[in-house]
Design a protein around this ligand. Structure first.
Ligand code: FES
Length: 149
Protein backbone atom coordinates (compact mmCIF):
# COMPACT_ATOMS: atom_id res chain seq x y z
CA UNK A 1 0.00 0.00 0.00
CA UNK A 2 1.06 3.61 -0.51
CA UNK A 3 1.13 5.92 2.45
CA UNK A 4 1.53 9.68 2.37
CA UNK A 5 3.38 11.00 5.39
CA UNK A 6 4.08 14.56 6.42
CA UNK A 7 7.43 14.48 8.18
CA UNK A 8 9.21 17.61 9.39
CA UNK A 9 7.06 19.68 7.07
CA UNK A 10 7.75 17.61 3.97
CA UNK A 11 5.41 15.17 2.28
CA UNK A 12 6.68 11.70 1.51
CA UNK A 13 4.82 8.97 -0.35
CA UNK A 14 6.17 5.55 0.56
CA UNK A 15 5.15 2.05 -0.46
CA UNK A 16 4.80 -0.03 2.70
CA UNK A 17 3.23 -3.31 3.76
CA UNK A 18 0.29 -2.69 6.11
CA UNK A 19 2.21 -3.93 9.16
CA UNK A 20 5.26 -1.68 8.71
CA UNK A 21 6.08 0.47 11.72
CA UNK A 22 6.47 4.22 11.47
CA UNK A 23 9.90 3.93 13.09
CA UNK A 24 11.14 1.65 10.32
CA UNK A 25 9.84 3.96 7.62
CA UNK A 26 11.50 6.95 9.26
CA UNK A 27 14.84 5.23 9.71
CA UNK A 28 15.07 2.91 6.70
CA UNK A 29 13.04 4.64 4.00
CA UNK A 30 13.48 8.32 4.88
CA UNK A 31 16.95 7.91 6.42
CA UNK A 32 16.01 9.91 9.48
CA UNK A 33 18.21 8.08 11.95
CA UNK A 34 17.68 10.26 15.02
CA UNK A 35 14.73 8.24 16.34
CA UNK A 36 16.24 5.12 17.85
CA UNK A 37 15.11 1.53 18.08
CA UNK A 38 15.79 0.17 21.54
CA UNK A 39 13.11 -1.92 23.27
CA UNK A 40 10.83 -2.02 20.24
CA UNK A 41 7.80 -2.50 22.46
CA UNK A 42 6.83 0.93 23.75
CA UNK A 43 8.69 0.79 27.02
CA UNK A 44 11.66 3.15 26.63
CA UNK A 45 10.83 6.21 24.51
CA UNK A 46 14.03 6.08 22.44
CA UNK A 47 11.87 6.15 19.31
CA UNK A 48 9.69 9.10 20.39
CA UNK A 49 8.45 11.48 17.70
CA UNK A 50 5.78 14.14 17.75
CA UNK A 51 2.45 13.29 16.18
CA UNK A 52 0.37 16.44 15.92
CA UNK A 53 2.52 17.85 18.70
CA UNK A 54 2.19 14.91 21.09
CA UNK A 55 5.00 12.49 21.81
CA UNK A 56 4.34 8.95 20.59
CA UNK A 57 6.50 5.85 20.38
CA UNK A 58 7.14 5.31 16.69
CA UNK A 59 7.92 1.63 17.32
CA UNK A 60 4.29 1.06 18.27
CA UNK A 61 2.67 3.05 15.50
CA UNK A 62 1.97 1.65 12.07
CA UNK A 63 3.09 3.94 9.28
CA UNK A 64 -0.38 3.75 7.74
CA UNK A 65 -1.90 5.05 10.99
CA UNK A 66 0.31 8.13 10.82
CA UNK A 67 -1.14 9.22 7.48
CA UNK A 68 -2.89 12.58 7.77
CA UNK A 69 -0.94 13.59 10.87
CA UNK A 70 1.98 15.96 11.24
CA UNK A 71 5.06 13.99 12.26
CA UNK A 72 8.10 15.73 13.68
CA UNK A 73 11.30 13.85 14.41
CA UNK A 74 14.36 15.05 16.28
CA UNK A 75 15.75 16.17 12.90
CA UNK A 76 12.86 18.62 12.63
CA UNK A 77 13.35 20.13 16.06
CA UNK A 78 15.63 23.13 15.97
CA UNK A 79 13.56 26.21 16.66
CA UNK A 80 11.68 27.84 19.51
CA UNK A 81 11.20 25.60 22.52
CA UNK A 82 13.18 22.83 20.87
CA UNK A 83 16.20 25.11 20.45
CA UNK A 84 16.04 25.99 24.14
CA UNK A 85 15.80 22.30 25.08
CA UNK A 86 18.73 21.34 22.85
CA UNK A 87 20.90 24.12 24.26
CA UNK A 88 19.94 23.25 27.83
CA UNK A 89 20.83 19.57 27.29
CA UNK A 90 24.28 20.67 26.14
CA UNK A 91 24.80 23.19 28.94
CA UNK A 92 23.65 20.73 31.62
CA UNK A 93 25.55 17.86 29.99
CA UNK A 94 22.27 15.92 30.17
CA UNK A 95 23.44 12.73 28.51
CA UNK A 96 26.02 10.03 28.73
CA UNK A 97 25.90 7.57 25.83
CA UNK A 98 23.29 9.74 24.07
CA UNK A 99 21.20 6.91 22.69
CA UNK A 100 18.03 8.00 24.46
CA UNK A 101 18.67 11.72 23.96
CA UNK A 102 16.59 12.27 20.79
CA UNK A 103 13.55 10.77 22.50
CA UNK A 104 14.24 12.76 25.65
CA UNK A 105 14.43 16.00 23.66
CA UNK A 106 11.23 15.18 21.77
CA UNK A 107 9.30 14.53 24.98
CA UNK A 108 10.79 17.53 26.78
CA UNK A 109 9.89 19.82 23.89
CA UNK A 110 6.32 18.53 23.87
CA UNK A 111 6.08 19.13 27.61
CA UNK A 112 7.32 22.71 27.36
CA UNK A 113 4.96 23.44 24.48
CA UNK A 114 2.12 22.34 26.75
CA UNK A 115 3.36 23.67 30.11
CA UNK A 116 5.70 26.66 29.90
CA UNK A 117 7.00 26.36 33.48
CA UNK A 118 6.59 22.78 34.64
CA UNK A 119 7.25 21.73 38.21
CA UNK A 120 9.71 18.94 38.97
CA UNK A 121 6.76 16.60 39.47
CA UNK A 122 5.26 17.57 36.12
CA UNK A 123 8.62 16.98 34.46
CA UNK A 124 8.99 13.55 36.06
CA UNK A 125 5.47 12.61 35.05
CA UNK A 126 5.86 13.82 31.46
CA UNK A 127 9.25 12.14 31.07
CA UNK A 128 8.30 8.85 32.73
CA UNK A 129 8.12 7.09 29.37
CA UNK A 130 11.70 8.02 28.45
CA UNK A 131 14.25 5.72 30.01
CA UNK A 132 17.96 6.49 30.30
CA UNK A 133 20.05 3.42 31.02
CA UNK A 134 23.00 5.64 31.96
CA UNK A 135 20.91 7.23 34.70
CA UNK A 136 21.29 10.85 33.60
CA UNK A 137 17.89 11.72 35.05
CA UNK A 138 19.03 14.52 37.42
CA UNK A 139 20.81 16.31 34.58
CA UNK A 140 17.90 15.78 32.20
CA UNK A 141 15.56 17.29 34.79
CA UNK A 142 17.91 20.26 35.27
CA UNK A 143 18.08 20.75 31.51
CA UNK A 144 14.32 20.90 31.22
CA UNK A 145 14.09 23.37 34.11
CA UNK A 146 16.77 25.49 32.41
CA UNK A 147 14.95 25.40 29.07
CA UNK A 148 11.76 26.51 30.82
CA UNK A 149 13.39 29.44 32.60
FE1 FES B 1 10.06 2.40 20.98
FE2 FES B 1 11.51 1.62 23.11
S1 FES B 1 12.05 1.57 20.99
S2 FES B 1 9.58 2.62 23.09
Amino acid sequence: MEVSLQVNGERHVVAVPPHRRLLDVLRDDLELLGSKLACGEGACGACAVLLDGRPVNACLLLAAAAEGHAIVTIEGLSRGRAAAVLEAFVVEDALQCGYCTPGQVVSATALLERVARPTRDEIRQAMAGNLCRCGAYPKIERAILRAAA
